[in-house]
Design a protein around this ligand. Structure first.
Ligand code: UDP
Length: 318
């Protein structure tokens, strides 16, 4: 019999790609999303499919969540307040939602003993100075006066809670730490650099680089991220473990801006602005963020590797 997946945050950027992939693989898919940042239109390709159902609701609602978890074979928790800009603007909401939703969901998953995947973030490595982040590295979260860190701290507590249920109740939960993910349906509204740069270049507006642009990131194609999440869920031996999902091709933000200008042929200038101008005082950025993919490779036999240029070209041409 076909399996049923519950995807919280399934109307979001990554969740909607995961929903499409699972449907393609023959799953039934229920998406629970309150459309606070996700969009119903992200799921347009699935509307009318008899194996797809959309539920407009919040994960914190125990009654709804518990009923949906009970009927699912696997649960993917992607609902969260995301984006550095949004975190800075709505810190109270970020902490409340990221903690309450995950706790409610994990409690329900534990009651029914469901296969669970929790989406966490590379932010949890914090200011760890290692060049590449290995899953068992220490989290070095910055000072609590710096609002940015509330996201990492909340997500880290979510991870602790998942492991607590793993140990206390044998919950078969896998944690995935997502690195910078890019692709169709990502919006620039919450600060993400790639959609912002592409929109600016296409419209002839300046590309705003924060700081001196020497900070670097590794960008992973969203379909590869969705595939890795789906594949991990199908490997029961990954329960009780954490996996980085990201590729390891690093690019500085200054070079990213130049690459977008080159690929679009845009006349847009590149402008450098201090972090203080963009986010106010007390903002800390991360200089490097690169995943070690050994654990993922060992679990799945592959790691994401689509070149950034291919993703950028797809975004630019659509
Ligand atoms: N950034 C930038 N210009 C923008 C948006 C972001 O220079 O218009 C920078 C941001 O400060 C960070 C990097 O690009 O250093 C990646 O930002 P994003 O929000 O995409 O992801 P993060 O890695 O911060 O979670």
């Amino acid at each position: 019999m076909a399996q049923t997946a519950l995807i919280t945050g399934g109307a979001g950027f990554i969740g909607s790609h995961l929903a499409e992939l699972l449907i393609e693989r023959g799953w039934h898919c229920v998406v629970l999303d309150d459309l606070s940042t996700g969009r119903r239109s992200n799921l347009a390709a699935l509307d009318g499919n008899p194996r797809f159902r959309f539920v407009n609701g919040v994960v914190e609602d125990r009654v709804i969540t518990s009923a949906l978890v009970k009927d699912a074979d696997a649960v993917f928790h992607l609902a969260a307040v995301v984006g550095v800009k949004k975190v800075m603007e709505n810190t109270v909401g970020t902490i409340n939602r990221n903690l309450d939703a995950t706790r409610t969901l994990l409690d329900a998953c534990a009651v029914f003993g469901k296969r669970t995947v929790i989406a966490s973030t590379s932010e949890v490595y914090g200011e760890n100075p290692q060049a590449t982040f290995v899953e068992d590295a220490a989290s070095i979260i910055g000072n609590s006066k710096h609002r940015r860190w509330c996201y990492a701290a909340a997500k880290l507590l979510d991870e602790f809670y998942a492991y607590a249920h793993f140990h206390a109740d044998g919950l078969p939960v896998t944690i995935v730490r997502l690195f910078n993910t890019v692709g169709p349906r990502q919006v620039g509204r919450y600060g993400m650099v790639v959609p912002n740069f592409i929109a600016a270049a296409k419209e002839g507006r300046p590309l705003i680089v924060h700081g001196d642009g020497s900070q670097s990131r590794c960008f992973t194609a969203v379909r590869e991220v969705a595939r890795a999440i789906a594949d991990l869920s199908e490997k029961p031996q990954t329960a009780g473990n954490t996996y980085n999902i990201g590729n390891n091709q690093e690019i500085t933000i200054a070079d990213l801006a130049k690459l977008v200008i080159k690929l679009t042929g845009s006349p847009s200038p590149i402008i450098y602005r201090s972090y203080a101008e963009i986010f106010g005082e007390n903002f800390v950025d991360l200089q490097h963020r690169r995943p070690d993919s050994t654990a993922l490779r060992e679990a799945l036999g592959y790691a994401p590797q689509t070149p950034l240029t291919a993703v950028l070209e797809e975004l630019i041409n659509n």
